[in-house]
Design a protein around this ligand. Structure first.
Ligand code: F0G
Length: 460
């Protein structure tokens, strides 16, 4: 028998396909120069396998598409809003819901409601939009993630955990009253999709509440996080991820959500809270930025798709196939000795560009260069998550030089096949074999905010 173990496969089959354009390496060499070596600036039709992000790139089910025909597009009180609200209460356990067009809409409002100018906002590593909204609201972000998270070679199983000592030191240094709240991202995107344990969030909750500090969950990929708890944390192996997620969320006071990830939709998000007064404030504010509190920038049909996606995503067999596809790609690359963040993350494989292109200094953006090279090699589009994404210190203007200099191969949900993963692995392996030929980049245009989206580069 050629199999070492019984193979697994996805618990769904394909009903609709989207043809892809095939390009030549010569075409792609031209396109990447036109895009300033920034994969965000490529046209999607020139991409073969799009691993830029898992955000909004999910394939919806027939059930979700059917739900879209049941969109109640009333300005106020859409029935799809009430379906969504009921599912958020049932699945996450929060009392009150305000929908938003996507995650950053929720982050903007929550930051403005909870942060007073000059306050600190600790978090288990930053996420780009989350930190920016905290700063725009007058806060200062402080990273309190465990040290292991910054080490791509550490095999610690919960690299998303908060270091309680760092959190406590901050409380001692500035005082609980000067901390707006603590954000728990789960899984931690910038650390490589690394999970947080129940034990950790429970302890964070206890410490925070002792000092009157709220706990805000970034629930964007919290269902994927729950899968890791089931697989790795003592006492959870026999619990369904639905139950684990609800327990996990119960250790937070509020959540911001980008539905474009876990919830299997192309657009949507929300902020959910347990405190009535905070809900009142958010419900007031959403009218300014997003729309009435029963649609928050979404069409009724989008809310319905998200409500249904939530029920599909929380199924154990779906989630196992989701994470195992990512693992499949990681295992293939491991055979070629490609340096990656380990353990593999929930939504993506992260190449360690520091070790991959060890001859290119970080000031020449090795991860940005690797993402561009990968596109030229095979039409696979990925994303830099290193010095370009980290940006500059808002006080000194100096570039942050993060320890993690990564290229993210992000896997959209229910979109690509195992054969696509094989093509990706081959291309990465080929670049790794020829790595000594690679050259760095210099930045020739830099936008003021979230520079990685629109910055332009030239080859050195
Ligand atoms: N929080 C996390 C952990 C995220 O990964 C994202 C988005 C957001 C918040 C913001 O949500 O995009 O709906 O406004 N991450 C995407 C990515 C963009 O590619 O990782 P959004």
């Amino acid at each position: 028998m050629r199999f070492e173990r019984r193979p697994w496969a996805e618990p769904f089959k394909v009903k609709v396909v989207e043809p892809l354009k095939m390009t030549t390496q010569q075409d792609r060499e031209k396109y990447i120069v036109e895009a300033g070596y920034n994969t965000f600036l490529l046209r999607s039709e020139d991409v073969y396998i799009d691993l830029l992000t898992d955000s909004g790139t999910n394939a919806m089910s027939d059930n979700q598409w059917a739900g879209m025909m049941l969109g109640d597009e009333a300005y106020a009180g859409s029935k799809n809003y009430y379906n969504l609200e009921a599912n958020v209460q049932k699945i996450y356990g929060y009392k009150y819901l305000v929908p938003t067009h996507q995650g950053r809409g929720a982050e903007n409002m929550l930051s403005q409601c909870l942060i007073k100018k000059g306050q600190y906002v600790p978090g288990n590593m930053y996420f780009t939009t989350t930190r920016l909204h905290q700063e725009l609201a007058g806060g200062t972000f402080v990273d309190v993630i465990v040290d292991e998270a910054h080490d791509p070679e550490s095999d610690f199983l919960f690299k998303g955990n908060v270091c309680l000592q760092k959190f406590e030191d901050l409380i001692k240094r500035v005082g609980g009253e000067n901390i707006a709240y603590i954000t728990i991202g789960a899984t931690v995107n910038m650390a490589g999709g690394q999970p947080v344990s129940i034990e950790n969030i429970k302890a964070v909750n206890a410490l925070a509440h002792k000092h009157g500090i709220k706990v805000v969950l970034d629930a964007t990929r919290a269902m994927e996080n729950a899968y890791y708890i089931q697989q790795r944390e003592a006492g959870y192996a026999n619990k369904p991820i639905a139950e684990i997620l609800k327990e996990f969320a119960s250790y937070s006071d509020a959540a911001t959500m980008s539905g474009k990830k876990d919830l299997l939709v192309n657009i949507g998000g929300f902020v959910a809270v347990n405190d009535w007064d905070l809900f009142e404030e958010l419900r007031n504010m959403v009218v300014i930025y997003e729309g009435l509190h029963t649609y928050g920038g979404l069409a009724g049909r989008d809310m319905e798709a998200m409500a249904r996606g939530m029920e599909e995503a929380i199924q154990d067999d779906y989630m196992a196939s989701r994470i195992r596809q990512v693992e499949y790609l990681g295992n293939l690359l491991d055979e070629y000795g490609v340096p990656m963040v380990k353990p593999f993350g929930g939504h993506a494989i992260f190449l360690d560009a520091r070790r991959f292109y060890s001859h290119i200094p970080q000031s020449q953006y090795p991860a940005q260069a690797l993402a561009a090279d990968l596109y030229v090699n095979s039409g696979v589009r990925t994303m830099e998550r290193g010095v370009v994404s980290a940006g500059r210190n808002k006080d000194t203007g100096e570039e942050f030089m993060p320890k993690l200099e990564l290229v993210r191969l992000t896997i959209p949900r229910r979109v690509y096949t195992q054969a696509h993963m094989d093509v990706v692995a081959y291309s990465v392996a080929e670049l790794y074999e020829n790595r000594h030929k690679a050259r760095g980049l210099k930045m020739v245009y830099e936008p003021k905010y979230l520079r990685f989206f629109q910055a332009r580069f030239e080859k050195i």
